[in-house]
Design a protein around this ligand. Structure first.
Ligand SMILES: NC(=O)C1=CN([C@@H]2O[C@H](COP(=O)(O)OP(=O)(O)OC[C@H]3O[C@@H](n4cnc5c(N)ncnc54)[C@H](OP(=O)(O)O)[C@@H]3O)[C@@H](O)[C@H]2O)[C@H](O)CC1
Ligand SMILES: [K+]
Length: 502
């Protein structure tokens, strides 16, 4: 597939399919002139460097469970590198050594005598709670349900309250699909080079724990050779998606934004979106609350203006338009169709705007090209029907985006941005504390703001999603579960400071 914006996403980290990881490793080793043992050493080193940075220091017993493949080989490198006088390292092998991969056998021979090695069948199954468990049983090579011993081990480990670390993938989890069977339940998953697709699925939240992506030095140019259409959006990617302003920039350059929504009892939604748009840099923001007397409406901040003129909107006056926050479903079909008829620039459609499309699907075709829809899972389900799992959901999002030539932002952990040309971009910023009322309205305001600042719809979506997640992370550092949407808004300026987008 030829991507419209190849240069930009070329620099974003591709997510490679599990089956291609081996081909990628081989290609990288050939082109860089390094051996697979060296690559395994780097994987182990990056894991141990992360480990030494944590505060697990009081722990002296570490159990490393190793399977027969290269995931097990990584585990052996980790066991060797973790070894010091303070720690007792125990390696538990799932298979006879002679049945294991070549690199496994090589690293087995390098284990120091101080590391205790035992076969699983001889292991007494005793682990104290203050231990650390390293799961290097299965990685991307898992290709069948767990056999009896593996299932017994994983079930046992899952009952323990020791710290559990998964190497590359929690054992049993397929790299690209939803898990159906038993899987190791990790507190941390340390995955190499790029997140495997399944690590971004909500179904797996409880088995992945905290996700950490470790660089093992495979060049991004090698990774791009195996890129399909999936990318992982990280902090280092963001700066190049921004526009920069100068001393002579004027209010008009920062855009005039119109936000339509806010029915009686739901005006908070456009207030939040409007405030977020201002904090994202908009020059002027007008709110059009859908209430009987808009001029009686008092915005939460004085910088927000109210659009109350009768006789419809003159969309040409605006640089961007968002429809939906708090709008309610009690709107007239022809009024809504009239809005979509008149507007001829890409719009942002959220919340009840999306719900109205579900109610009147014949209007979907009328969305301006490159419009941005921001449904959460429930809103998306109303739009396209139920998905059996996240894999199907992200495929449906992609199909929808390509069919209607729009950008679909599927909100959730690792928000997906589905582009009209088929690319899927998964976000890395954000956290659980953002699941709070009005958080989506804030995102709508941010994206509308970037559109108004004449960002391309693609860049507006990317920057909106990333900054929104980052603002949530910043705000939650002091508020945690008490964080509310207004805290996210107040943290927006800090995201620009930290990213040096000034
Ligand atoms: N760039 C990187 O990401 C690097 C990754 N590395 C690590 O290597 C693994 C992948 O190694 P691989 O050997 O391909 O696969 P695994 O170790 O995950 O597992 C393969 C062996 O497991 C057997 N298997 C498969 N499913 C089961 C099961 N359900 N029960 C028991 N055994 C199973 C499989 O057996 P076969 O009979 O099919 O041969 C294999 O023996 C990757 O995840 C990283 O950890 C590199 O170290 C560095 C670069
Ligand atoms: K593993």
């Amino acid at each position: 597939m030829i991507y419209k914006n190849l240069l930009l996403t070329e620099m974003m980290l591709p997510i490679i399919a599990g089956d291609d990881v081996k081909k990628l490793d081989d290609f990288h080793m050939q082109s860089e002139g390094i051996s697979s043992v060296q690559l395994m050493e780097r994987a182990g080193k990056s894991f141990v460097a992360w480990y030494e940075d944590q505060s697990f220091s009081s722990v002296i017993k570490i159990y490393v469970f190793v399977g027969s493949g290269n995931n097990g080989g990584d585990g052996l490198v980790i066991a060797r590198l973790l070894q010091n006088d303070q720690r007792a390292i125990h390696v538990v092998c799932m298979e006879p050594i002679e049945n294991c991969s070549e690199d496994f056998i090589f690293n087995f021979s390098r284990l120091p005598d101080s590391v205790e090695v035992v076969q699983y069948t001889d292991w007494p199954k005793e682990i104290k709670d203050d231990s650390v468990i390293v799961d290097a049983v299965l990685g991307v090579g898992v290709n069948r349900p767990l056999n009896k011993n593996y299932a017994e081990l994983i079930s046992f480990l899952n009952t323990l309250s020791a710290i559990k670390l998964a190497v590359d993938l929690p054992s049993g989890l397929p790299a690209d699909h939803t898990s159906v069977g038993l899987v190791f339940q990790a507190d941390f998953t340390l995955t190499f080079q790029f997140p495997k697709l399944s690590l971004l699925f909500p179904e797996h939240a409880e088995i992945i724990g905290k996700l950490v992506v470790l660089d093992i030095g495979i060049s991004e140019s090698s990774i791009h050779r195996f890129s399909q259409n999936r990318f992982y959006l990280r902090e280092i990617d963001i700066k190049k998606h921004h526009k920069y302003f100068h001393r002579f920039s004027h209010k008009g350059d920062f855009g005039k934004v119109l936000l339509i929504g806010g029915a009686l009892g739901k005006t908070g939604a456009i207030n939040l979106a409007g405030h977020a748009a201002l904090r994202t840099g908009s020059g002027l923001v007008l709110l059009a609350p859908q209430i009987p007397d808009p001029y009686k409406f008092r915005p939460i901040v004085p910088e927000l203006m109210v659009f109350g003129e009768k006789g419809g909107f003159c969309f040409e006056e605006f640089d961007s338009v968002a429809i939906g926050p708090g709008m309610g479903l009690d709107v007239n079909f022809s009024w809504f169709r009239g809005l979509l008829d008149q507007v001829n620039l890409p719009i942002v459609l959220d919340a009840d705007g999306i719900n109205l499309l579900s109610k009147f699907p014949e209007l979907i075709d009328q969305l301006p090209v490159n419009s941005i829809l921001t449904p959460h899972f429930k809103e998306f389900e109303r739009l396209v029907g139920k998905s059996s799992d996240h894999l199907e959901r992200i495929q449906r999002a992609t199909d929808f985006a390509t069919k209607y030539n729009i950008i679909l932002i599927l909100k959730g952990a690792h928000t997906l941005i589905a582009m009209p040309d088929g690319r899927q971009i998964f976000n890395s910023s954000g956290n659980q504390y953002m699941a709070t009322a009005g958080s989506g309205d804030v995102l709508t305001g941010m994206i509308a703001s970037f559109l108004g600042q004449k960002y391309s719809p693609e860049n507006a979506a990317i920057c909106g999603v990333f900054h929104h997640g980052m603002a949530g992370e910043i705000a939650s550092q002091s508020k945690y579960r008490g964080m509310i949407a207004s805290d996210i808004i107040n943290a927006i300026p800090e995201t620009f400071v930290q990213l040096e987008v000034l």
